[in-house]
Design a protein around this ligand. Structure first.
Ligand code: MRU
Length: 382
């Protein structure tokens, strides 16, 4: 994606092989700041403190963090053993609990360096480093291709919606940020929107602000604006009203984890949008790469760990005043606040899952069949 005319991904290895660059998303849309990651702890902090966020990008950052940890060892002439790898993996897995892509990426990297079967300590550290680099690169490149494929499949839905009402733009409602900032490029929920826009289909996006951190108001709105896509930011509670008035053709959101039966975990507030969509007969679609499917989980409400973040994200809002980004308190200081970061939308409220292999019903058999899995098969689960 281009930012002010310059092509960017959200994470990349720099010319210095000991440095990975990311966009510090905490300051968008006010400041576009690129920051370096040089060691494992930088990556853990970037994920935990949400310099990077969004399920696929969290996974990509974890992969590059393992590479950076190995790079440090090699630079210091030290070996890399199995215990090191496990310690690094544990630190990353503890950074954020809900997005399954984190465990998926760590699991993939672990497999890439232990594939040969022998103890890791018998493998030269340079070889392990090379394998981790290739795996991180592959995860990033595949993410771009996957999202593009999601875009092509989702485009069909937008084309159909346009054909039904060609006299006006297709109105899409989205929640949080499942855009290119949440992935390596393209985004999941935004990929069909970008392709529709390029194809000349008029699209207008209702952007939920997405309290408490306002990923919609701050990130999705900025992204869509950079791409020239028409959009309007609304408060989180406006969606039901817009749907009642026929102003939403379809909802299109991302997800942090989908269970094998199709329950969808996404940013807090997604469930309420799905309920409103169901009540108003508005299709509710979820875009995801298959790396977001947790094949070991079935009942999302009971089984998916929901991250609880700091109450300060509720008691304060971040904004820009006189050129400086600052936080303003909005609650009585003595009032407790509670901040669950995600919720689960049951599969019965989901019209379809837009994946790299096409649009699939949110249903155990449809998912297993499309992804050649035996229901309850293997896969990472933190
Ligand atoms: O807390 P965040 O900003 O990491 O939450 C992000 C979301 O909820 C996204 O919708 C999800 O990760 C899908 S990203 C393609």
């Amino acid at each position: 994606v281009e930012v002010d005319g310059i092509a960017h991904r959200t994470i990349w290895l720099t010319e210095d092989p000991g440095t990975v660059s990311i966009i510090d998303q905490r300051w968008l849309p006010h400041r576009f700041e690129i920051v370096p990651l040089r060691e494992l702890d930088d990556g853990v902090r970037a994920i935990r403190d949400m310099l990077v966020r969004g399920a696929p990008l969290i996974g990509a950052t974890a992969a590059w963090s393992l590479y950076l940890a190995a790079h440090r060892r090699v630079a210091a002439g030290q070996p890399i053993g199995q215990a090191d790898l496990e310690e690094w993996a544990d630190a990353l897995l503890a950074a954020r609990p809900t997005a399954i892509n984190l465990a998926w990426a760590v699991h993939r990297c672990r497999r890439a360096v232990t594939r040969t079967g022998g103890p890791l300590a018998d493998t030269p550290a340079e070889t392990t480093l090379g394998r981790l680099r290739r795996e991180a690169e592959a995860i990033c490149n595949e993410d771009v291709d996957t999202n593009r494929a999601i875009g092509e499949h989702g485009l069909v839905l937008l084309r159909d919606a346009h054909a039904r009402a060609p006299e006006r733009p297709v109105n899409v409602l989205t929640h949080c940020n499942a855009g290119w900032l949440a992935t390596v490029d393209w985004g999941t929920a935004t990929a069909p929107i970008y392709l529709a826009h390029r194809a000349g289909i008029p699209v207008h996006v209702w952007v939920d602000e997405t309290r408490p951190r306002n990923q919609g108001a701050q990130l999705t709105a900025w992204e869509l604006g950079q791409a020239g896509v028409r959009h309007t930011v609304v408060v989180d509670n406006a969606g039901g009203h817009l749907m009642q008035r026929g102003q939403v053709d379809l909802c299109l959101v991302g997800t942090d984890r989908v269970t094998r039966r199709g329950d969808v975990c996404n940013k807090i507030g997604t469930y309420l949008k799905a309920l409103a969509a169901y009540d108003n007969g508005v299709p509710f679609y979820v875009a995801l790469p298959s790396s977001t499917i947790d094949w070991k989980s079935d009942d999302g409400i009971r089984e998916i760990p929901i991250e609880e973040r700091s109450p300060e994200e509720v008691s304060h809002v971040q904004g820009i005043v006189g050129g400086a980004v600052c936080a303003a308190g909005i609650t009585p200081p003595a009032s407790p606040c509670h901040n669950p970061a995600f919720d689960v939308t049951p599969a019965r409220l989901v019209t379809g899952l837009i994946t790299e292999r096409g649009v699939v019903a949110a249903d155990t058999h449809a998912l297993a069949e499309r992804f050649d899995r035996v229901a309850a098969a293997d896969g990472p689960s933190p």
